[in-house]
Write a protein that binds this ligand. Structure first.
Ligand code: AMP
Ligand code: GLY
Length: 440
């Protein structure tokens, strides 16, 4: 037995994990995986100044599949974890798997759940998954005629990937006509808007449920809620996400079995009928309204910044669960949860989501982390002569655990006070809505 344990740790010491991506989500993934009890060697392509603290950064972009494969053939990673949707939708899992590499992330066919809104809407409609009613159009005149007959608000969505900007909520016919023309005539999202969906507007509160899936077994992760608008009280333009918290109390106990059955299990059944196996993480963006849950969107990957608020709540290892997803041996017991709540507040460059300056020195990160229960995930940072500087719109995801949401919020804002960079902007109300609910 002693000899066996010794062997296992030797095998683990040599385990290599490649994390693909460069944002806060990938820092959180690399951070969590690097702490695994088997102490793997983690590589991140391309990573950022934060991933450099827990992994070896590689100068290969996340969508450069040929060079990622060349690196893999030379360095033989035991597991590849794909962060962003673009390489998944381009088929990186299929390519790596066909070369004998183990990849955590869905195939190109399965990634259509995010890559094509028309595909995922069809899966939902045919598979009986609750969602907004909608119609798709490829002809601009037909789309214009249809929107003129609808009630408002109305939601217009580009079919393909549009960097999170492809959804327009329209309150008037004029806005809807403009959105249709922008997507189908001006092609502001390129081919992604050649086909559009016109969708019923849903009311309620949003929450995200992510699930690990090994092809047949679903393990739902803790609930979370993102904050998409740039300013407090959900004002201003949409961003990639200004903060997240977990758990989200809007996902009440009675909803869990409904979400498992009506969202995830029905999705697997419907994909199965189409000959598609889903392996990896499936993200369901839900609207929780008075009449129950409806799916707003699926993503074929971890959410950003939801991941930063979820992973610190996992007690123990994550590598075995990812491997089980690849091997088809997933079970609930592979993920254990801490009781604490977690809050992530994004510190952004002044001007984001519009234009902003880069190269600003960042100070105070280690003071923030010294408070305890705090981890600062880097999103848009890089090393400049050994100093960490800003290099993106979303710069840091300051993340804190606490005995409950209130404690986590208080810990995270204490940490933020320690961190400084020129024109830093962050929301002061992350998790405020959940706290109001808790005190009702
Ligand atoms: P999606 O990329 O489809 O998740 O849409 C982005 C955001 O648009 C969602 O997080 C919602 O805030 C909003 N949204 C999308 N579809 C609807 C809908 N049918 N009703 C109301 N809001 C929506
Ligand atoms: N936080 C939203 C997303 O990752 O798509």
């Amino acid at each position: 037995m002693v000899a066996l344990t010794g062997w296992i740790s030797i095998i683990c010491v040599f385990m290599k994990i490649l994390v693909i991506g460069e944002g806060g989500r990938e820092h959180a993934l690399a951070w969590k995986l690097s702490k695994d009890s088997c102490r793997p060697q983690v590589f991140c392509a391309p990573g950022n100044a934060g991933t450099a603290q827990v992994a070896t950064n590689l100068a290969i972009k996340s969508d450069d599949i040929p060079n990622l494969l060349t690196w893999a053939k030379t360095n033989r990673p035991d597991l590849t974890v794909v962060g962003p949707e673009a390489p998944l939708c381009a088929g990186i899992s299929d390519i790596f798997s066909s070369e004998g590499f183990r990849v955590f992330g869905p195939s190109k066919a399965a990634a259509q759940m995010e890559g094509s809104k028309v595909f995922s809407k069809d899966v939902m409609t045919v598979g009986g998954i609750p969602t907004a009613t909608s119609r798709s159009f490829t002809l601009v005149e037909e789309a214009l005629k249809y929107v003129r007959q609808q009630e408002f608000p109305l939601v217009i969505k580009a079919e393909g990937l549009a960097a999170g900007k492809g959804v327009v909520i329209c309150t008037t016919v004029a806005e809807a006509e403009a959105a249709v023309r922008d997507m189908m005539v001006k092609k502001i999202f390129g081919w992604a808007g050649e086909r559009i969906l016109v969708e019923e507007f849903l009311e309620g509160e949003e929450a995200s449920i992510l699930a690990l899936i090994d092809g047949k077994t679903v393990v739902m992760l803790a609930s979370s809620q993102d904050h998409k608008r740039i300013f407090d009280d959900d004002k201003g333009p949409n961003t990639g996400g200004m903060g997240a918290y977990s758990p989200a109390p809007v996902v009440t106990d009675d909803l869990w079995p409904v979400i498992r059955k009506e969202v995830f299990e029905r999705t697997l059944i419907e994909l199965g009928k189409r000959g598609i196996t889903y392996k990896g993480v499936l993200y369901a963006g839900l609207m929780i309204g008075k009449k129950g849950i409806k799916v707003l969107e699926f993503n074929c990957r971890f959410g950003d910044p939801e991941t930063q608020a979820i992973l610190p709540r996992i007690d123990g290892d994550l590598v075995p669960a990812f491997q089980a997803c690849v091997d088809g041996t997933l079970s609930e017991k592979l993920i254990k949860w801490r009781h604490e709540a977690c809050v992530c507040v994004v510190m952004a460059s002044g001007g984001y989501p519009g234009s902003y300056n880069k190269g600003k020195a960042i100070d105070g990160v280690s003071d923030a982390e010294a408070l305890g229960n705090v981890t600062v995930f880097h999103a848009g940072t890089k090393l400049d002569n050994g100093k960490v500087v800003t290099s993106g719109g979303r710069v840091l995801g300051v993340t804190a655990l606490g005995s409950g949401l209130q404690a986590a919020v208080s810990n995270v804002y204490k940490a933020i006070e320690k961190i400084k960079f020129d024109k830093a902007h962050y929301r002061k109300d992350i998790a405020a809505r959940a706290l109001r609910k808790d005190t009702k």
